[in-house]
Design a protein around this ligand. Structure first.
Ligand code: ZN
Length: 494
């Protein structure tokens, strides 16, 4: 092997070791760490992040990368690894040390303030740290650079190549299709889904969730599930992938679909090429691609009639007191009930995108400076009235509900909608490529679907951007029509 390339791999793997060690500490913090232990943990995480940043921005790595960028002896995949690492290196170099430290200090302060503010429904308690964070984020857009809109610089960090121009075109299509469609559905007599909110034993829920994960081919030999207050997926290599779920004894839906959703993320992580540990090829392509993998399992598969034709009888056996008299048809309609609501994470598949468009419009305004901090709640509530026709009763159920801003995660939300739209396009393509896919799902057999995702998406890691992957697989760029066709077929029949 090329000696320079070998040395690049060694350096990258060392940095990955540090980052994955941080991920173990982060996982532990969410899952097992006692509440009083957060100060030392924050320090440990800060130290590891600092060392990793130092190693990654060291001039030796920069020199090595610029040599390798000109090296014609590399394979096409090696060249792509170098190209991605060089871009990461140049981006990271744009941050001064003072800026990194200031941002880290400011986000831990903002997180504490947000946590208190949300629990006490007190936006004013969060506003001063949010203000500081916004100023820093605006500064970050200048450090990173952009061509047309400052928000593009932040978007690009989560979704390479995504811009406000592209998003606006997409979202105007989403808005003109979904707003009237949702109105039509909501005007119909709502289904009585109250049986989902009866008492469901916690241990029985847990066991059912584990069975669902096994059935999806989640590999428990190189993964595990635990409980946390916010479900998430993390990994320490493709051979150690962790998911968490949340159980609400008074709402069966939370465990089931968080389990399937995180399971979808985890299958992607378990399918990344092990030999590429620490290199771009061994990482996920983008947040939208990651989300497409969770959504395809959660919605296209896990909220389909075919899926429940297989699993519903088992669920009825576990909870006969709640479900024995509930038909499969009523169950299916209830788990797909469309209803405007305040909380994004509890939203149905359709109104979910209104929550995202609201956040996108807010973030763009905040970053460009047209929405001042003291105006945020008022504008948020006005948009909920406009998009969803509901009056937000409190800031806790409104502008304070999401953790993202307290982490400085401006530019993240759009990837959730993009993920759903990619999922619909991929699922339409998989149905064409895999004969009898729906019949296989009715039998609880997901092997061919997983193989298809592995072959087309997982094994490529970050070699291709979301847009490139989509074109390679489906022959087209992202098209909202696939989601809308899926939605019309499904919700038009419910
Ligand atoms: Zn997700």
């Amino acid at each position: 092997m090329n000696l320079n390339y070998k040395s690049y791999c060694e350096k990258m793997r060392k940095i990955a070791d540090l980052n994955f060690a941080s991920a173990v500490l982060g996982w532990d913090q969410e899952v097992y760490m006692p509440v009083g232990s957060s100060d030392a943990r924050a320090q440990q995480l800060g130290t590891l992040a600092g060392i990793a940043h130092e190693l990654f921005t060291a001039p030796e790595l920069g020199e090595l990368l610029s040599l390798l960028e000109k090296d014609e002896s590399l394979s096409p995949e090696e060249k792509l690894n170098i190209k991605k690492s060089s871009k990461d290196y140049k981006d990271k170099k744009k941050y001064t040390n003072e800026f990194v430290i200031e941002l880290s200090r400011c986000t831990s302060e903002a997180f504490q303030a947000w946590d208190y503010a949300r629990k006490n429904n007190d936006y004013n308690h969060f506003a001063p740290s949010l203000q500081k964070l916004i100023v820093l984020k605006q500064k970050e857009t200048e450090l990173l650079g952009y061509t047309s809109h400052p928000y593009d610089a932040l978007l690009d960090q989560f979704e390479p190549g995504m811009t406000t121009v592209k998003l606006e075109k997409l979202f105007s299509e989403v808005k003109s299709a979904l707003v009237p469609f949702v109105k039509e559905i909501v005007a119909k007599k709502p289904v009585d889904d109250s049986f989902l909110k009866q008492n469901y034993d916690s241990d029985k829920q847990w066991n059912f969730g584990i069975e669902l994960l096994k059935n999806m081919n989640f590999d428990f030999n190189i993964g595990r599930q635990d409980i946390s207050s916010h479900p998430f997926t993390t990994s320490f290599s493709s051979k150690d992938v962790r998911v968490t779920t949340r159980i609400n004894v008074n709402d069966l839906r939370e465990m089931i679909w968080s389990c399937i959703h995180e399971g979808g993320h985890a299958l992607y992580e378990q399918g990344l090429p092990e030999s590429q540990y620490g290199l771009p090829w061994g990482e996920a392509s983008s947040l939208a691609v990651h989300e497409s993998q969770s959504r395809i399992w959660e919605n296209n598969v896990g909220r389909s009639l075919a899926y429940w034709k297989y699993h519903y009888a088992d669920l009825q056996k576990i909870f006969p007191e709640n479900l024995l008299n509930i038909s499969l048809e009523l169950f299916y309609k209830s788990i797909n009930k469309v209803e405007p609501s305040f909380i994004r994470t509890a939203a149905d598949e359709l109104t979910y995108h209104f929550h995202i468009m609201i956040r996108y419009e807010m973030e763009k305004g905040i970053i460009e400076g047209s929405i001042p901090v003291n105006e945020i709640p008022k504008q948020w509530n006005a948009k909920y009235k406009e998009y969803l026709g509901i009056d937000v009763p409190t800031d806790a159920l409104g502008v304070l509900q999401d953790i993202h801003w307290s982490h400085g995660g401006f530019g993240y939300f759009p990837t959730y909608s993009l993920g759903s739209f990619y999922a619909a396009q991929y699922f339409a393509c998989a149905k064409k490529n895999i004969p009898g896919l729906l019949e296989l799902i009715e039998k609880g057999d997901y092997k061919l679907l997983l193989d298809w995702l592995r072959k087309n998406i997982h094994v490529h890691g970050r070699l291709y951007t979301a847009e490139e992957l989509c074109e390679r697989i489906t022959g087209e760029t992202l098209q909202f029509k696939y989601f809308f066709e899926y939605a019309k077929e499904k919700f038009g029949n419910i």
